[in-house]
Ligand binder design. Sequence first.
Ligand SMILES: Nc1nc2c(c(=O)[nH]1)N[C@H]1C(S)=C(S)[C@@H](COP(=O)(O)O)O[C@H]1N2
Ligand SMILES: [Mo]
Length: 328
Amino acid sequence: MLIRPRDPGFVHPRASEITPRAVYEGRRDLLRLLAGGAAGAALASWAGREALAQGKSAPLKGAKSAVAGAQTMEKLTDYKDATTYNNFYEFGTDKSDPAKNAHTLKTRPWTVEVEGLVKKPGKYDIDELLRLAAQEERIYRLRCVEGWSMVIPWVGYSLSELIRRAEPLGSAKYVEFVTLADPKTMPYVGSRILDWPYTEGLRMDEAMHPLTLLAFGMYGEALPNQNGAPVRLVVPWKYGFKSAKSIVKIRFVEKEPGTAWNKAAANEYGFYSNVNPDVDHPRWSQATERRIGEPGGLFAKRRKTLLFNGYEAQVGQLYAGMDLKKYY
Ligand SMILES: Nc1nc2c(c(=O)[nH]1)N[C@H]1C(S)=C(S)[C@@H](COP(=O)(O)O)O[C@H]1N2
Ligand SMILES: [Mo]
């Protein structure tokens, strides 16, 4: 039974109320066309999605993504690939582990604490957080440091919406993201693979950049557990590991925070981790990537990795004058 949420424009979290994937997949071609035309229009309303799925013209009022560069015209990764080929080490290190194991994650109730150097700290219930600002769909590439990539239609709003409401103090230079580390529901928390909880961080201007997305959904549905439910970050110009999943704390700090992968191997994973074909990982090249789902499997033709994952026009300015080999 499909019960549609009344309020258009945000992802309703309950499993019983989500748009069936088949509906989404049925209108994929149309969506791609839309992404190219009308200044990168995305369908933000549920009514619009349903209308399109039924072949009717969709109301595009307020449906445009206000964020320049938020859409790519590349073919979307299949939902199945995007939800069964994952990195979420709390649930195992094989790409297939999160889909098998993350069903134990409890995403309600869920609280996200905003703390540290802000005038307005607070505890947000997840259902309050996802209504904080208008959600939109953004089709972003995600490039993993391991050399593969996907194209995913995320749903959420710019993290800057939340940051503005928190009113950071002048001394707040970085934002730290702390994710859930619950040994009862996450079988690999407690293993020595990483120093749990998994944490990540951004410089304040990166966190405020409109492309930085606080995501609650993908493919028109609430995020599947293995993709970081109920709320994750998507930072499209950085390697995938910067996009922290299942966030419980957003902390404003003065000094560059430690990050999970940097603590695990500082020479391999720097704080910035911008996608950069000219800066190799110490153990492999970053010049090319394999798009998940393209025919040929491991032997599929690789594509050239783009500087800042193709978002250079939007974010290049943030790093003007910085030596990106030093700040990798
Ligand atoms: N909490 C947490 N977040 C995480 C990870 C993780 O292991 N734990 N893996 C990261 C890595 S390496 C990648 S590539 C992306 C993968 O996101 P996806 O599985 O939704 O494609 O999540 C990132 N966020
Ligand atoms: Mo990754």
